[in-house]
Design a protein around this ligand. Structure first.
Ligand SMILES: Cc1cc2nc3c(=O)[nH]c(=O)nc-3n(C[C@H](O)[C@H](O)[C@H](O)COP(=O)(O)OP(=O)(O)OC[C@H]3O[C@@H](n4cnc5c(N)ncnc54)[C@H](O)[C@@H]3O)c2cc1C
Length: 280
């Protein structure tokens, strides 16, 4: 089975801090890592390849230094790595990111599965996987936590996590899956493969906009459907207000406060509470 795995380089911290004046991400003193969910997607891809044969291609979009995670992916068992890097890709929103990754996958052409992490720990939108599927016109299964080997009828069985349990989904190939950490325990990169990858003996290709046939206006800021007007950190702190009185008074006051904040419908009444404050 031929598999493309989408991997993103992210800051090594789940606590993204912003400069209060500029709204820019504060990256000082924070290293970069492969997005944690993506490690599990890569591990799943390598295990499928080991069981069934085929090829694993690790694909990332980012600045030149993102080559580090592509090399690491090769160390973990990917056969090839591709980094999409071009100043034309700068300022991409999630749609421009997804369609650029989609164009590269179209260029790769031979694949049965596209695996990506559920969510990146910096952007946190979880939009890329579903949007890549939409761009490529492929079926998708999100929150995948187990994958059975491909079947003879050209389908795959995927276990996906839902709110109250699990679902088994049979899905035709090719397909896009977004993977959660429950999928597996990831391996460490093999030292020999990692050394080869870092010594540039491994096949990491760098593709620019022209390489994937992207026209001006289709990628980066120009190809983005959304634009960030302002970035700011949410105000910290909580305010606690104690409501005094008997149960009936407290419930009515609480209801009024929730209605003021539009958290319950205006028609809601404290009618279920009797005059004496006892529930009727
Ligand atoms: C409105 C808006 C405007 C933005 N503007 C900018 C901007 O101007 N400049 C800027 O740098 N960023 C910008 N971003 C952030 C950037 O678009 C996102 O980081 C990127 O689209 C990925 O989204 P995410 O991190 O939420 O990924 P998620 O959807 O949470 O990631 C899910 C999975 O998709 C895959 N994936 C995600 N990104 C990549 C990637 N780059 N390469 C390979 N695989 C990937 C990974 O497998 C990942 O686990 C903007 C985002 C939004 C919503």
């Amino acid at each position: 089975m031929d598999i493309v795995v989408l991997i993103k380089q992210v800051p090594d911290s789940t606590e993204v801090k912003l400069d209060p004046k500029t709204g820019h991400l504060l990256r000082e003193g924070i290293g970069s890592i492969m997005n944690p969910d993506d490690r599990h997607a890569l591990e799943a891809a390598v295990r499928l390849k080991e069981a069934q044969g085929g090829k694993v291609v690790a694909l990332s979009m980012g600045p030149a230094q993102a080559v580090d995670i592509v090399s690491e992916a090769i160390g973990m068992g990917a056969d090839e790595g591709i980094l999409l890097s071009d100043s034309a890709f700068a300022g991409a929103d999630t749609w421009a990111t997804s369609s650029t990754l989609g164009k590269a996958i179209e260029k790769i052409a031979k694949y049965d599965l596209v695996l990506c992490g559920r969510q990146a720990i910096d952007g946190d939108t979880a939009q890329i996987g579903p949007q890549v599927a939409e761009y490529l016109g492929l079926p998708q299964v999100t929150y995948a936590c187990d994958i059975e080997a491909a079947r003879d009828d050209g389908t795959i069985m995927v276990k996906k996590r839902g709110e109250g349990g699990y679902e088994m989904v049979q899905c035709p190939l090719p397909a896009v899956l977004t993977v959660i950490a429950e999928m597996n325990r990831t391996r460490y990169p093999a030292i020999g493969r990692l050394i080869d990858a870092c010594a540039e003996r491994a096949p990491v290709q760098i593709w620019n906009a022209a390489d994937i046939g992207a026209k001006t206006g289709e990628v980066g800021l120009a190809g983005s459907l959304t634009h960030v007007i302002r970035t700011f950190a949410p105000k910290g702190g909580r305010r606690t207000e104690m409501l005094e009185g008997d149960t009936g008074t407290v419930v009515r006051t609480l209801l009024e406060k929730l209605q003021e904040k539009h958290l319950v419908l205006p028609g809601a009444q404290a009618g279920a509470v009797g005059q004496e404050g006892k529930k009727s």
